[in-house]
Design a protein around this ligand. Structure first.
Ligand code: FAD
Length: 441
């Protein structure tokens, strides 16, 4: 009798997902504002973890390392993360037994799985009399905030970006002053965070440090961004993906220092907006006619592409960079994606899935947008007849072969394979196949 009568601690839950930081955090700010002790919660969601193709996933190791850092920070405020391993449904059954939960605050996520998950969780909580609040945090403008004058979503980037810039003011990029309310965290001893092995992973531990905004790189971004051999881009995609940096802080810097950089952040918003309004892009071409392309889907060629053995040095360099580091420079992502879908006529979804497996910064909206752009099937895509010429791209963006030789050191030796297909032949074949499938005769 006594135990069931024990009063449970009244809390607001802050459910962290793609916003893994304490500073300038929308959901945390709103949770702390209510004056009810705030309990931070993270769920290692088995619906997602069980589907990962490898048990040596660097992203799980990354998240794990960030949680350990957050735990350190929280314990400085007398608080603790509470980490659950299971489905969100199981997690909220557990937390609503453990605490007297008043409300759950979290950040919006625009992916189809996340939308379904959140509506299921909201329903479950409603039955228990618990409020569910979801806040915009990971983009500057979301959902219906930037629409055409006729009320429909944009599908072309340039007019979208103009409206985005016209709509921007201090309100959208101001920082949420979470630290003024850190005394509102629920006070408890640090709880244990399950180790990677307990979660079923054998990845090496990730050495995580909080990122700093690379101001000098951002200042010169328009001049350096297309040179894969140098550190000319911000390398923040991983941090934007998991929210270990605030998009608002970055947008403020971009606005001050470099419009080209700001445009990249707008592309990010653009693809999130596309995913929200057109969820059919997951698994289908944005432009339905492109679903009629008879892909060759040659498995051997796909393997050569994956392993960086196509005989096209810039393509192979990119794929080896990806396989080794979990990252690839944007210029090279465009080249390898065009090569797969056009030179080899392999379904862009195969490439998309391979990137999803390997990229540390994997993000459904940006990856799908990038692949559909390269394959020509996307909303504001490169026209189908634009087939990147790997040799010309190399001349232009890696003229001294510095990037290529870093990843393909055997370039000049007999060990390096002959091109898997001749460029002129492949280009002609792609144009014919695309033209026919799109009925453009
Ligand atoms: P920077 O050049 O410094 O750009 C700053 C930030 O802007 C990036 O961190 C990123 O968040 C955003 N950004 C830049 N370019 C784009 C873009 N084209 N679309 C959306 N956001 C952009 N980006 C991902 O974050 N995750 C992905 O899974 C992903 N897959 C891609 C697949 C293909 C085929 C292509 C062509 C591009 C893909 N991109 C993806 C976009 C882009 O290549 C990366 O964001 C960028 O290379 C990351 O490096 P960075 O942080 O140094 O970027």
């Amino acid at each position: 009798m006594t135990s069931s009568r024990q009063t449970k601690q009244r809390v607001n839950i802050w459910w962290l997902r793609r916003d893994l930081r304490l500073e300038d955090n929308a959901a945390l700010y709103h949770a702390l504002q209510q004056g009810i002790p705030v309990q931070p919660v993270f769920i290692f969601d088995t619906n997602i973890l069980d589907d990962l193709p490898s048990k040596d996933d660097k992203r799980v190791a990354f998240i794990h390392a960030v949680l350990l850092k957050l735990q350190e920070q929280l314990s400085n405020h007398g608080a603790s993360l509470d980490v659950f391993h299971g489905t969100p449904r199981e997690a909220f059954e557990h937390y609503s037994n453990k605490y007297k939960v008043v409300a759950v605050h979290t950040a919006n996520d625009y992916e189809p799985y996340a939308r379904e998950r959140d509506s299921e969780v909201a329903k479950l909580l409603a039955l228990k009399g618990i409020a569910f609040h979801s806040w915009k945090d990971q983009v500057i403008f979301e959902k219906e905030e930037i629409l055409k004058d006729d009320g429909r979503p944009y599908t072309v980037f340039t007019p979208y970006s103009k409206k985005w810039k016209a709509g921007l003011n201090d309100f959208y990029i101001k920082s949420y002053p979470t630290s003024s309310y850190f005394t509102h965290f629920y006070q408890q001893e640090a709880l244990a965070i399950p180790g990677l092995q307990k979660l079923g992973f054998n990845s090496d531990a990730y050495k995580f440090e909080w990122p700093k905004i690379p101001s000098a790189i951002i200042k010169n971004y328009d001049k350096t961004r297309d040179t894969p051999a140098i550190a000319g881009t911000s390398r923040l995609s991983l941090h934007l993906r998991f929210g270990t940096i605030s998009i608002r802080a970055l947008a403020r810097e971009a606005l001050r220092d470099n419009e080209t950089y700001l445009n990249e952040l707008i592309w990010r918003d653009f693809y999130q907006m596309i995913l929200w309004h057109f969820p059919h892009v997951v698994g289908h071409a944005f432009k339905p006619a492109y679903d009629h392309i008879p892909w060759r889907n040659n498995e051997k060629e796909f393997d050569a592409w994956k392993t960086g053995q196509t005989g096209y040095p810039i393509v192979d360099a990119g794929m080896r960079e990806l396989n080794t580091t979990g990252y690839m420079h944007n210029r090279v992502r465009m080249i390898v994606a065009s090569f797969l879908s056009k030179h080899l006529l392999i379904d862009w979804r195969w490439g998309e899935a391979y990137f999803a497996e390997k990229l540390m910064d994997y993000d459904l909206a940006a990856n799908n947008g990038g692949w559909q752009w390269a394959a020509g099937s996307g909303c504001d895509a490169a026209p189908y007849f634009r087939v990147f010429n790997p040799a010309l791209q190399t001349q232009k963006f890696d003229p001294k072969l510095e990037y290529v030789k870093k990843w393909v050191p055997e370039l000049d030796s007999f060990d390096y394979p002959q091109p898997i297909v001749a460029h002129d032949f492949a280009r002609k074949r792609a144009l014919e196949v695309y033209k026919k499938a799109l009925n453009e005769d």
